[in-house]
Design a binder for this molecule. Sequence first.
Ligand SMILES: Cc1cc2nc3c(=O)[nH]c(=O)nc-3n(C[C@H](O)[C@H](O)[C@H](O)COP(=O)(O)OP(=O)(O)OC[C@H]3O[C@@H](n4cnc5c(N)ncnc54)[C@H](O)[C@@H]3O)c2cc1C
Length: 238
Amino acid sequence: MAKLTLKLKKKEEVADDTMAFYWQVPDDFTFKAGQFGDFTLLDPPETDEEGNTRAFSFVYSPAENQLVTTTRIRNTAFKRVLRDLKEGTEVSFDGPHGGFTLHKTETTPAVFVIGGIGITPVRSMIVQALKENTSHQMTLLYSNKTPKDAPFLDEFEQLAKEHDNFTFVPVMTRASKDEWKGEHGHIDEDMLKRYVKDVSAPIYYLSGPADMVQAMHEMLVKAGANEDNIRMEEFSGY
Ligand SMILES: Cc1cc2nc3c(=O)[nH]c(=O)nc-3n(C[C@H](O)[C@H](O)[C@H](O)COP(=O)(O)OP(=O)(O)OC[C@H]3O[C@@H](n4cnc5c(N)ncnc54)[C@H](O)[C@@H]3O)c2cc1C
């Protein structure tokens, strides 16, 4: 763990109201796929009672050699300042932190049950495992309101075509039948069982806003998942 200064290299929109921030990678910086860091704005033009620090997961994998964070841009002082940061601006960084990382036993399948921005640490884990050619069977159930709200949708579809051990199940909660031909509605027990034959076998990964994580935890336990095999990263603050 280290306290560092990171410089913004570039920023881009990756879905509706969702931006990716690319930071210069400090010398000798290492992290594990799934970890996060605390980012503090330095001398921001505005602030509020929530302060100038937020935790963000690394969305790229260590193998990609890029330090990238992705966030929903909401109308808070922190996010307004972040959205408008100029390239070259420095922020203070504390990290990496966290143990939300992929299990080592490759014969145990991994199932990721994710809503919206919770995808950030999971993209890192999945891409890292695929780049390392591990033999984990990985299934991602990924829920968003509409395709335009879903960061990395095309990328996951492409990865699933290229890798037999990765199954991608995008789910839309508010898309019309014309707009979306895949799964509709909320991820529930019936949907889970269509894609996970033995519900008690995998290690499950849940991340994102606390309400979503708690609801998915409840659903998994009811469906027959082993509670000891559910790993969670709650994005407190959403
Ligand atoms: C380990 C960890 C990893 C995380 N990784 C990520 C990540 O990769 N990407 C990411 O985006 N976030 C991540 N978060 C959450 C992040 O740190 C912020 O808490 C979050 O982005 C909200 O920040 P904010 O400035 O939008 O809201 P805040 O200013 O922090 O919000 C303060 C309060 O107001 C409420 N609120 C504010 N705006 C709205 C709104 N528009 N609608 C409803 N309620 C509102 C919030 O619910 C909250 O209670 C992570 C958190 C943790 C703990």
